[in-house]
Design a protein. Structure first.
Length: 117
């Protein structure tokens, strides 16, 4: 599993990068065999009269997962990144489960388990 983090409109932060690596391993590590790349983009968005917000976009790709993207916005980088990675873990689990159901249906194994009738 390849891991990349990019910063847009923010200074590169080693503590934030380390925090992201730990969270990716914690929430997406169990899918390591199914994922080829996890890309995280952390950026600052100025909202006019609103306070600037942090946008975290996480894209996970793999052979059975063409691309799952989660977008989360918050006022502070660490909590926004934490919530985005948690949501990405749930989305990947859901999408891989759906991909498993589709491949099982294509094989015709929807009925009784193999070897039983």
């Amino acid at each position: 599993m390849d891991f990349e983090i990019r910063f847009q409109g923010l200074d590169s932060s080693d503590p934030l990068r380390e925090h992201a690596e730990l969270l990716v391993l914690a929430h997406l590590g169990r899918f390591r065999a199914e994922l080829t790349q996890v890309l995280i983009v952390v950026g600052r968005r100025n909202g006019g009269i609103r306070p600037p917000e942090i946008r975290c976009e996480i894209t996970a790709t793999g052979p059975r997962l063409p691309g799952t993207t989660v977008d989360h916005r918050g006022l502070h980088a660490f909590p926004a990144l934490s919530l985005a990675i948690q949501r990405a873990g749930r989305a990947v689990r859901h999408d891989l489960g759906r991909a498993g159901l589709r491949s099982a249906a294509a094989r015709g194994s929807r009925g009784a388990p193999a070897g039983k009738s």
